[in-house]
Design a protein around this ligand. Sequence first.
Ligand code: Q9C
Ligand code: ZN
Length: 679
Amino acid sequence: MASGTALVYDEEMTTHKLLWSDPVCDIEVPERLSSSYEQLKCYHLVERCVHVPAREGSEEEILLVHSSEHLEMAKSTQTMNEKELKRVSGNYDAFFFHPNTYRCARLAVGATLQLVDAVMTGKVCNGMALVRPPGHHSQKNAANGFCLFNNVAIAAEYAKLKYGLQRILIVDWDVHHGQGTQYIFEEDPSVLYFSWHRYEHQEFWPSLKESDYDAVGLGRGEGFNINLPWNKVGMGNSDYLAAFFHVLLPMAFEFDPELVLVSSGYDSGIGDPEGQMNATPEVFGHLTHFLMQLANGKLCVVLEGGYHLKSLSESVCMTVKTLLGDPVPQITGEMAPCLSAIESIQNVRAAHKPYWRWLMYEDTSVLQNLSTKSHPLKNAHPNPLTDPGSKMTNDDESVKVERFLELHMKNILFPVPPIKTATTADSKGSAHLLPVPVHLVKEMDKTEIKALVSGFYADLVKEDKILHSLGNMLAVLDKILKKEVCSGIAESPTAAVSVAVALRRSVQFGFQRVLCIFVGDMQIIPNTEDGKILMIHICENEQSGKTSSKHCISLNWKEDAEGNDFFSALLGFILPVAYSYQPNLTVIAIGPNRSLGIRGISLLFALLQGLAESRIFAVMEDTEMNLMQSVAKALVGASTPDFGVYVPPTQEKITKIKILWAQPGSQGEPAAGSSPGGA
Ligand code: Q9C
Ligand code: ZN
């Protein structure tokens, strides 16, 4: 399996610049590229990437998408004087030519194709291309919105042709609608195009009817174009995550792409003068992390917009850091999407109902309840930069955004441990068989454990075998609690007991919110740390004498024959609850009679790694050790399991999820204002 992250950058792409005064175009500056690259250097990310040189895209490659008239027009600008350049620029909506624009645009195309080649040949697993001019507004026969050639669209056609790909996903998280890309693939079922964009009921540029949610594609491409219009400014992390959970990811997993391309505009991030949105840089880490679970990790991120230099460069860094496999920083703050976002999400889901058999909620009021219940008194989007309600002038705002980002990034990027996974040396000798590097730790001293467990569960730990396993377990757990490693695996003859002790220890250590997921039949030992632990029990049968704790959600779930529909519970329920809970540690216990197969388990681990700064502690009942390899692989991010084609949930499952949402505790109830434990 391929590893490594490519970075494609060529300084020459900074030579394309505006030569005259034009208030529409003056935000698309060369510093967008250079400051992003500088910031990558600053975080020592450049040296961790595989440098892939840019090249010029060939005429033939450009003609995969564009007309020869368009190519010739662009070519002719190379020798023009300023007056002529200005005149040609005036033929398009928001574009400027410089004598070196044509050369830069060819480099932008070539850089993108170099990235595709590096990923498709297995030289790297994923990567990012920093390019200018951007591409997604550019059309067959027209420059538009700072874009001359459609880099990502050309890359998709190129990948289809050169590598015979049949399914490519384009995720356009730029704040503008990539109408150029939509037009190019409108009738093409082999390219699934997703775009969210500031729309404001068609008020916002490019103000097209066809940017709305009901533009689903045409002819054979019907159902393969997904537009999620934002009708209000101020959308933030929770809205973007909800869009992924409830719109993009279910469709993307059903589509099962062979390659994912990202039209990666960061004008959807906080502080951007165009977007006016509130999403913080780390959300792009999360979005990247989700997309890394598709197409066997084959992910090419290509720069589009992004006009607030600090916000842009920090977001680029979060993206590259995540591509490299670093833990994703925790997202803090309000986790429920706002009502306007929910409305848009419901609309696009309804529009796509005929094409994707994935609609989980017959009536989507479930989502609505979530939002109104969780913050009935708050405005949907308080600006994190100022006192709520206070209006700022534009000058003020940019200064405050700078300051906010500076403090914010300092906090979230402060020494993050690399992803390391620990397990004990004597896990039945299975540790040395692991295909991935794990750190072996020595069992904790017996007297120490006895002291630790005395006073609670003492009667359970008299047996020597259990005591021994607790020693192993605590040794691994302590490495996680002390943040020496990110994740760990322990085996136990009685997973439920081990977890009970582990939870105690974690809370004692100072962790404020622990998410605990039990998979399989287990007699969950009631804990007395209610409020600091949220438990989700996924099991086939209703557990007898189950805990009455309002912080334990029981999910009676049996995977279907295909083993796929656990997926709907994961995206529709477990992940949203987990994200709204914002745990500082995730514990996953695997017991007997699991209703989940290896694929379900791997996906559970992979997706939950976006939480708690990737801190996951796995406790496996010794009868389940055949799963050790898969779990270890998932924890070190070494494998993306093959999920197969997504099968929609049955009506019975849909009803179950609805009931779950109505259960107390389902809102996650994050402890407001509480700080992460052990920090
Ligand atoms: N009144 C990208 O982000 N604005 N392009 C035009 C006309 C153009 C944005 C406003 C914004 C283009 C790649
Ligand atoms: Zn944009």
